[in-house]
Design a protein around this ligand. Structure first.
Ligand code: SF4
Length: 328
């Protein structure tokens, strides 16, 4: 391979924007504004890596995951999957391309049809793809084994399983058509801590065995730390810092990242971290603050932060930060 060969990323997201209109009135709906859920998000994902997407609830991380899968149409911006702009694909081509990227949901119970047996739930995407019954059954049972369930579970219904087992079924269903990318949206946050570790370890094993790429969306930095290769921190619709896991934990530069990470327990006996408590709540995405969106809560705020929006700057080693302190 040439020294100048640049690997094509599996996913490239360019300047993604998503606004949800707000309307009022019963008979005559009138647009009175919009919620800026995602504002200018860009990142790349290489084949086989896990990118963690973290931030407080309402920061736009789950919306970003849905935009990547095109479960939502972006207001503007583009998503490339293996160098193909998904917005330009014909519906039939997009339907086939979609088999390569699937979602693992937060609440497996509400995402599994209670009236279908586990085998039928897992086999459903194969039925839509026109795969024969016997082949579907065999594949569904293989998948059950791959996610750590048993053959006899195939004929049971979702209510007969524990939360962890239901998440295993959700993962099996996501794997049905051999996807390349899984967007995992808070996949363990509804589970007990002991079960969380089992599901995270399962996802890590599956990634190795099946060469999967994960976009892992979570508010829980301890979980994200365990599974991610790189981490992107989001605040009010924007990425404020993105780096390798090691760089983010060792050289956290953005004041918001510093506050978030200060709440993560250090896995060393006797070690203490100084918790940074942010004042105030996350501002409304309907009317976000001018300049740096974090300025209403930032302990380092300075004059230019009120009206100049900092750019996400590469400070080396693919570590990017959006904060005026970097250039100050
Ligand atoms: Fe704080 Fe200003 Fe940096 Fe924003 S740009 S994080 S307000 S120092």
């Amino acid at each position: 391979m040439s020294a100048y060969h640049v690997k094509t990323p599996l996913v490239r997201v360019e300047n993604l924007v998503k606004e949800f209109p707000i309307s009022r009135g019963v008979l005559f709906r009138k647009n009175i504004g919009s919620v800026q859920a995602v504002n200018g998000v860009s990142f790349e994902m290489q084949d086989g890596e896990t990118l963690g997407l973290v931030g407080e609830s309402g920061c736009g991380k789950s919306t970003t995951g849905r935009l990547v899968l095109r479960l939502l149409e972006p207001t503007s911006g583009r998503v490339f999957f293996e160098n193909r702009d998904l917005a330009t694909l014909q519906p039939e081509v997009l339907r086939k391309a979609r088999l390569d990227f699937r979602m693992v949901f937060q609440d497996p119970y509400s995402s599994l049809n209670p009236r279908m047996s586990v085998e039928d739930i897992i086999a459903e995407p194969m039925q839509i793809a026109g795969i024969r019954t016997l082949e579907r059954r065999a594949r569904a049972r293989d998948l059950l084994e791959i996610v750590g369930l048993r053959d006899y579970h195939a004929t049971r219904y979702p209510h007969e399983f524990s939360g962890g087992q239901r998440q295993r079924i959700g993962i099996a269903r996501a794997l049905t058509m051999n996807p390349k990318l899984l967007v995992c949206d808070e996949p363990v946050s509804a589970l007990d801590v002991s079960v969380q570790a089992q599901i995270i370890n399962l996802l890590k094993d599956l990634q190795k065995k099946l060469s999967l790429t994960y976009l892992f969306v979570s508010h829980d930095l301890s979980v994200v730390r365990h599974i991610s290769d790189r981490i992107a921190v989001m605040y009010l619709g924007k990425i404020v810092e993105i780096a390798s896991k090691k760089d983010l934990f060792n050289k956290r530069l953005h004041p918001y990242t510093q506050a978030l990470l200060s709440a993560v327990p250090i896995p060393v006996p006797g070690a203490k971290s100084t918790r940074i408590i942010l004042s105030g709540d996350i501002p409304s995405a309907i009317n976000p603050p001018s300049g740096c969106r974090f300025h209403t809560r930032c302990p380092e705020v300075m004059k230019k932060c009120f009206n100049e929006d900092p750019v996400l700057m590469d400070i080396g080693n693919e570590h990017k930060v959006a904060c005026h302190l970097i250039t100050h």
